[in-house]
Design a protein around this ligand. Structure first.
Ligand SMILES: Cc1cc2nc3c(=O)[nH]c(=O)nc-3n(C[C@H](O)[C@H](O)[C@H](O)COP(=O)(O)O)c2cc1C
Length: 275
């Protein structure tokens, strides 16, 4: 049941909800008001475009009322500032040894939860290590496992890069994989959804940009992802990632112990204008 409800007093019969519905299941009824026929409900994408587009807030759907939404007009960030954020974001590899405030962590996750997903499946699951002691525990498990694989000559071909990190850990107790970050986020999604990998990557990109805007640093972590997902499946179980989930990616985050003064320069954009 979609619980599509219309407040006829505030509906101005503009038809915007009809025109914007991606599933094209909203139609004007005999009185000229939008409605959804029961037999069409199953094709709804649950995207809430009808609720979002209604200029007068007359539509509720799925139990959500317009009053619970944030108004958009005038609320977007200045493009120059957003450009500075997007160009100024850096991979943070030095962190302060402190946890984020729980409210801030929750806010970052709630914003990332608004990332788009293929067919609006919205099945991305955030596995979060919300305390630096938890990341340290995972790090210790991973390092013990990697050292064992390394000593047994059991690291797969092409992991020479990894071997260097293991040696540095063994010799100097310096962690170049988890970087002493206080937090880690893993995005996973059921393999059965339309775009599990893409959904996870987009959610983490959302998380990253919003985190940076809040003064929180992040690091995409292919090394941790590889170790957890491919080399040491027991750590995947330790994290409680469901067996039917594709592990999208891992991201470290926390308060940075570093401050970047300027953007880097990437040279001319590589563009191929086709046709
Ligand atoms: C998919 C992906 C995986 C990455 N994995 C790692 C990693 O395991 N360790 C690391 O130190 N950096 C990792 N990085 C960070 C890149 O090295 C970094 O983005 C690049 O050097 C450019 O630096 P910048 O992000 O500060 O612009 C990864 C980045 C991406 C996008």
């Amino acid at each position: 049941m979609l619980d599509f409800e219309l407040n006829r007093q505030s509906c101005i019969q503009c038809g915007e909800c009809v025109g914007d519905c991606p599933a094209r299941i909203i139609a004007m009824d005999a009185d000229g008001y939008p409605s959804i026929l029961l037999e069409k409900e199953s094709t709804c994408l649950r995207c809430q475009h009808c609720l979002a587009i209604c200029p007068t807030g007359a539509i509720s759907i799925l139990g959500f009322r317009a009053a619970g939404s944030r108004l958009l007009d005038g609320g977007y960030p200045d493009p120059d500032k957003l450009e500075t954020l997007m160009k100024g974001r850096r991979s943070v590899r030095r962190y302060r040894a402190e946890n984020l405030e729980p409210e801030l962590l929750q806010r970052l996750l709630d914003v990332a939860w608004h990332a788009p997903t293929g067919v609006n499946s919205r099945q991305v699951r955030f596995t979060v290590l919300d305390d630096k002691a938890k990341v340290a525990r995972l790090r210790d498990e991973v390092m013990v496992g990697l050292v064992r694989l390394y000593n047994d000559g059991a690291l797969p071909k092409g992991s020479e890069y990894f071997s260097r990190f293991i040696q540095i850990w063994e010799k100097h107790n310096v962690d170049l994989i988890f970087r002493d970050a206080p937090h880690m986020l893993v995005a996973s999604a059921p393999r059965s959804v339309a775009c599990p990998k893409e959904d996870c990557m987009i959610a983490l990109s959302y998380f990253e940009l919003f985190a940076h805007s809040c003064g929180v640093g992040t690091l995409w972590n292919g090394l941790a992802k590889w170790a957890i997902d491919e080399l040491l499946p027991e750590t995947r179980h330790l994290l409680g990632i469901p067996d039917d989930h594709l592990l999208g990616y891992a991201m470290l985050f926390g308060k940075p112990a570093v401050h970047y003064a300027r953007t880097v320069q990437h040279g001319p954009t590589m563009i191929h204008r086709a046709l």
